[in-house]
Design a protein around this ligand. Structure first.
Ligand SMILES: C[S@@+](CC[C@H](N)C(=O)[O-])C[C@H]1O[C@@H](n2cnc3c(N)ncnc32)[C@H](O)[C@@H]1O
Length: 211
């Protein structure tokens, strides 16, 4: 991921966000040291944004598509109320195992359930409504996830799609994933069932509110 925000600005913004929990710092350090593609993890700034969105929407049920090592799941679970629930979909058993290890240390562990397998299958097995849905898995499937997820989202609920600027590749799409994100962004823009705003935070974040 090539940063679209200048590094020093990104750092300044990060240092003016509230501190993450000790567990989030631990997940971040482990992921940076031991995992391939650690930049897949949302990290401090975006983790705080997701936690803020959970609180602002008064979400009780959150669905995540793309768990990785558990950073965003823990950030959102920490922001949920006592009786809150977070379901996270992950296809890679190695990622799910690492994440579960961290979740087991989390005071909010009882709120978090991992659905192992292809996300599209897991989504079809779930019952809505969810108050907030975070899409952050394979980019080629965003369109499919969007349709099913919209059916699981409550009216007035919030969907958050990550990497929608894809290091700027949406401006000159070449790869399959570039085209998938271009098509996804157009699809959401033209969908009368939702309203949306695109943020130039990190790799681009699309906030989608179901009417
Ligand atoms: C960008 S990472 C998620 C990062 C995570 N939200 C975080 O902040 O740490 C994407 C994850 O989606 C998973 N993934 C990819 N394709 C998937 C699929 N078809 N179904 C479920 N998970 C998938 C990958 O294994 C990877 O762990």
């Amino acid at each position: 991921m090539n940063p679209i925000v200048p590094k020093d600005i990104e750092k300044y913004a990060r240092t003016h966000c509230g501190k993450p929990s000790v567990l989030r710092d631990e997940i971040e350090a482990y992921t940076q040291q031991h995992c391939a593609l650690p930049q897949m993890m949302v990290g401090h700034l975006q983790g705080n944004l997701l936690a803020m969105l959970v609180k602002l929407t008064d979400a009780h049920r959150v669905l995540e598509i793309g768990l990785f090592t558990g950073y965003s799941a823990v950030a959102m679970a920490e922001a949920l109320p006592e009786e809150g629930e977070l379901v996270s979909c992950e296809i890679d058993p190695k990622h799910a195992k690492i994440a579960q290890g961290f979740i087991d240390k989390c005071p909010q562990r009882n709120k978090i359930t991992i659905k192992l397998g292809p996300a599209i299958e897991s989504l079809k097995s779930l019952n809505g409504p969810f108050d907030m849905i975070f899409i952050d898995a394979d980019k080629e499937s965003y369109g499919d996830y969007y349709e099913v997820a919209l059916g699981l989202l409550r009216p007035g609920g919030l969907m958050v799609a990550d990497n929608v600027l894809w290091s700027g590749a949406v401006l000159h799409p070449q790869q399959k994933s570039d085209h998938a994100l271009v098509n996804f962004n157009i699809r959401v823009l033209e969908d009368h069932r939702v309203e949306q705003v695109m943020l130039t935070v990190r790799d681009g974040i699309l906030l989608i509110r179901k009417k």
